[in-house]
Design a protein around this ligand. Structure first.
Ligand code: SF4
Ligand code: SF4
Length: 187
């Protein structure tokens, strides 16, 4: 018998495809998503690298993705989709990866603060897309404590019709701080 391994639809890329319809193979590594991602510098794996790693279909890469900080840092801002020549829905992929990471108990310990923030938002308010985004922005700040960095990130998203509520939140720093302290106390 020869070495005729059937092309199995297994591994993380196959799971992504099944759950989101996103075909990682379509990514040709132009790098535009990572270049335009507002939090790429904070990520351990830039979004284009996540796509590349999915393509390799290596269990160790699947593992690294599920244990990455990246999946929790994604702001769902859709900047990458807008720039991607293949219109690859990376935030949808990230959303699925977060869910899978949680289910498989593979959440990075480096992402604890961010995940705590996710949870407090999801528990305390109805899960709407907008609040989810706000939670992630806030989590990003929680990690860095550079509140003013939002001001640099927010305008591009506001321009794109995202996060239009952020200016009020940023103006009202007292409000923001109280959200932070509540979250920190919960830990
Ligand atoms: S949706 Fe996520 S990966 Fe895409 S640009 Fe925004 S933060 Fe980066
Ligand atoms: S922009 Fe699209 S094609 Fe280019 S690297 Fe990112 S996901 Fe791949």
């Amino acid at each position: 018998m020869g070495h005729h391994q059937p092309h199995e639809e297994s591994g993380l890329a196959a799971d992504v495809k099944k759950a989101t319809g996103v075909v990682a193979e379509k990514c040709y590594q132009c790098g535009k998503c990572s270049a335009g991602c507002p939090v790429a510098d904070e990520m351990d794996l830039p979004p284009s690298l996540v796509m590349r790693m999915l393509q390799t279909n290596q269990p160790e890469n699947d593992e690294k993705i599920l244990r990455s900080k990246t999946i929790w840092l994604c702001l769902t801002c859709e900047m990458c989709i807008a720039r991607c020549p293949m219109s690859i829905d990376i935030p949808k992929v990230m959303d699925f990866l977060r869910e899978k990471s949680r289910t498989e108990k593979k959440i990075s310990s480096n992402a604890n603060d961010i995940v705590a923030f996710h949870d407090s938002f999801l528990l305390s308010v109805e899960k709407t897309g907008k609040l989810y985004e706000l939670g992630l922005i806030a989590a990003y700040k929680l990690k860095t404590f550079h509140l003013m960095q939002d001001v640099a990130i927010a305008p591009a998203m506001i321009q794109k019709g995202k996060l239009h509520f952020i200016p009020e939140m940023v103006k009202d720093r007292g409000n923001l701080s109280s959200i932070f302290s509540k979250t920190i106390k919960k830990k």
